[in-house]
Write a protein that binds this ligand. Structure first.
Ligand code: MSP
Length: 669
């Protein structure tokens, strides 16, 4: 599978390029962290390793968003792309390149690919008429839609599109693709996803509309500027644009000279596993020049809930990294979620893992070992004497851990790699207890005591290497305490642990503060309040427009249990008068209202009304407000100081109101 040239393997790994209508969140951080860890693993074993990430900046979704914010598309994408570019270093992600689809290098490349496909006869003009989901930037067939013409992914109405277009003869590539999948079973991973792709292709491919004429924010079709390219045609090509033209030295990363792996979420597998190889085959690339693999990972929920926009933004990976260090977040995401499957993000699980795996296991091993070295070996590496069965057992555990972790990283299974790595840390902790260096020291056997400590130091050194892909900073910190320089991987030099090779005696160690200080219950509570106020206390769902929209919408829904009158009186319901209403940038369901409740200042209320009301239609309306609900933050300084009552689904809400001229602030009882 891996192409070898001059003895060095080349590993090219990419993230999807992210749409800039959103900000980096824990989902996109997850993909990007995994890709960076893979890049680092390959660097560590001496491969030439290259990582690409970037931003997807064309298409209808972004054009509309820019207009809503009163900006030109270019100004909008410039501003938003910066947020992605600046986010990743905070998570210790060191991408080698950052591509933006609005860059000239990309435009030239995509137009070139278009021409090549055109020359081979796979583009023809026609008219497209069907459905389109702007959220997915994807065409939908009738049978894919949910009742009410809703997109099955976004649960939003799809749009009817009828326009002149260029079609790509995707149907022609059905058979070649199926043959390709069969000859290259590892092209799509995991296997369950491969089966999905194969069955989709086997059920027949329709030609694909690859240009749009009803808007202009895209890359113009060569010689036909009234057409802009379909945003996925444009976006997928980024992976090649970033390696330059044929002949560019970076092209050595692309198959057949390198191994190119696209890591994507399962939501966008079809584009990568079907369209992308079809475009390339059509443009004249051979099977050997297609990407080596498309690996589809699962989706994260947050505290068991689907990540709606408000939830996503409630878990700010950058803030987490600043509070707990990037490595804690990296370790948790890489270890707790089986790569390829869906998983859950939870702050409490993160802290639990931090305390258990990092603090109690690895952190303790380090502080115990170094404490013993200070006591019995003058804070220096002790000499290694004759080894016995316990040392052999630990050396074997180390050999197994290092082989298993290496294989797992290579197979894109970071969770298994870390699990294997931690078997060494656990084995070393068990070894200290069994070998009991304090007992041999007490008996005056310093040769034995030193042998035990030298064995432990070697286990820690190996761990400092094996954790580097996941936790580069903690690896540096661990090594500093061991008196070792940070790792500096180089192509052609394999640093992965091979065999148990203790260090010479007499080298200084540097016992320092705990590498992973315990987060106790009080600190945990403080952290949770700071990092996840919405998760721990306030409701975490999409901004409610109503007290209980689902229950209210369905008369048959089960009624909540009876409450007494005093409990009811505890709810401060007031008449409010809407003074102003405006959209909330980048939150397509929310409106921000200033509501007069008869107080000195109008209250700010953020409500999920935007799918049902234009802001101007609400001004002057009387509404009913729960005035004593705890304030709720929507991030970016947006805090709602109350909730209004309404009924119905979010696209067809009815506001609760009062008859007559009850003044603002009147209490309902
Ligand atoms: N622009 C396209 C990709 C083009 S690639 C040629 C796109 N962008 S996106 O901004 O919507 O990002 C999608 C990717 O973000 C997913 O494929 C996945 O990698 C990541 N995730 C977004 N939400 C996620 C979760 N809830 N969980 C895990 N990953 C998530 O699609």
């Amino acid at each position: 599978m891996r192409a070898i040239s001059r003895g060095v393997n080349r590993f090219y790994v990419t993230t999807p390029i992210y749409y800039v209508n959103d900000i980096p969140h824990v989902g996109t951080a997850y993909t990007t962290i995994v890709v960076d860890a893979l890049r680092r693993f390959h660097l560590l074993v001496g491969d030439e390793s290259r990582m690409l990430t970037g931003t997807d900046e064309h298409g209808l979704k972004l054009e509309r968003q820019a207009h809503e914010e009163g900006k030109t598309p270019q100004a909008f994408v410039d501003e938003m792309a910066e947020r992605f570019r600046q986010a990743w270093p905070v998570l210790d992600i060191e991408n080698d390149d950052f591509i933006r689809t609005t860059e000239p290098r990309h435009k030239a490349y995509v137009q070139d690919l278009w021409r090549r496909i055109e020359e081979r006869g796979d583009l023809y003009e026609g008219e497209y008429e069907d459905w389109y989901c702007v959220g997915c930037e994807s065409y939908k067939t009738e049978k894919e839609l949910l009742p009410g013409n809703l997109c099955p992914i976004h649960h939003k109405p799809v749009e009817r599109v009828k326009e002149k277009t260029f079609f790509f003869r995707l149907s022609r590539w059905e058979k070649p693709l199926l043959d390709f999948y069969e000859r290259n079973p590892s092209f799509v991973e995991p296997a369950s996803r491969r089966n999905e792709v194969i069955s989709f292709v086997s059920s027949g491919l329709r030609d694909l509309s690859v240009s749009r004429t009803s808007f202009t924010w895209g890359i113009p079709v060569p010689n036909r500027p009234e057409h802009v390219m379909y945003v996925w045609f444009d976006a997928l090509t980024n992976y090649l644009t970033a390696l330059g033209k044929e002949g560019d030295p970076l092209r050595r990363y692309w198959p057949p000279n390198g191994r190119a792996v696209h890591v994507v979420g399962k939501d966008i597998l079809r584009f990568h596993a079907i369209y992308w190889p079809a475009f390339l085959l059509s443009a004249g690339y051979t099977e050997k020049e297609l990407p080596s693999q498309v690996f589809a990972h699962g989706f994260l929920t947050v505290d068991g809930q689907k990540m709606s926009k408000s939830l996503r933004n409630a878990v700010d990976p950058l803030r987490l990294a600043r509070e707990l260090g990037p490595d804690t977040l990296r370790y948790y995401l890489l270890r707790a979620i089986a790569f390829g499957q869906d998983g859950d993000f939870s702050h409490t699980a993160l802290i639990e893992r931090y305390n258990a795996d990092l603090g109690k296991n690895l952190g303790n091993l380090l502080s115990r070992t170094l404490g013993l070295c200070v006591k019995f070996s003058d804070g220096k590496t002790p000499p290694m004497g004759e080894i016995g069965p316990l040392e052999r057992e630990l050396a074997e555990a180390a050999a197994n851990a290092s082989a298993a972790a290496r294989a797992a990283w290579d197979e894109l299974a970071p969770h298994r790699a870390l699990e294997a790595t931690w078997t060494l840390s656990s084995a070393a902790n068990a070894y200290v207890d069994k070998a009991a260096p304090w007992a041999s020291a007490k008996a005056g056997d310093m040769v034995r005591t030193h042998t035990i400590l030298a064995t432990l130091l070697e286990a820690l050194r190996q761990l400092s290497v094996m954790i580097w892909p996941a936790m580069p900073k903690k690896s540096d910190g661990l090594r500093a305490q061991l008196g070792l320089a940070p790792l500096a991987p180089k192509a052609g030099e394999d640093l992965w642990p091979k065999g148990f090779t203790p260090r010479p005696a007499g080298e200084p160690l540097a016992l320092a503060a705990a590498l992973f200080p315990t987060i106790d219950k009080d600190a945990e509570a403080a952290l949770l309040t700071k990092l996840a106020p919405h998760m721990h206390g306030a409701p975490a769902a999409e901004a409610p427009a109503t007290a209980a929209p689902a229950a209210a919408a369905s008369p048959a829904a089960e009624a909540p249990p009876a409450i007494n009158y005093d409990t009811f009186l505890g709810v401060d319901l007031r008449v409010g008068l809407v003074k102003t209403a405006e959209r909330v940038p980048r939150k397509d369901k929310l409106l921000k209202l200033a509501v007069d409740l008869g107080e000195a200042e109008p209250r700010t209320i953020i409500a999920g009304l935007a799918l049902s009301f234009k802001p101007e239609d609400l001004v002057g309306r009387k509404i009913i407000v729960v005035a004593n609900l705890e304030p709720r933050s929507f991030g970016k300084g947006l805090v709602s100081q109350g909730m209004l009552l309404a009924t119905g689904p979010s696209e067809a809400l009815h506001l609760a109101t009062v008859e007559g001229d009850a003044p603002p602030g009147s209490r309902l009882k």
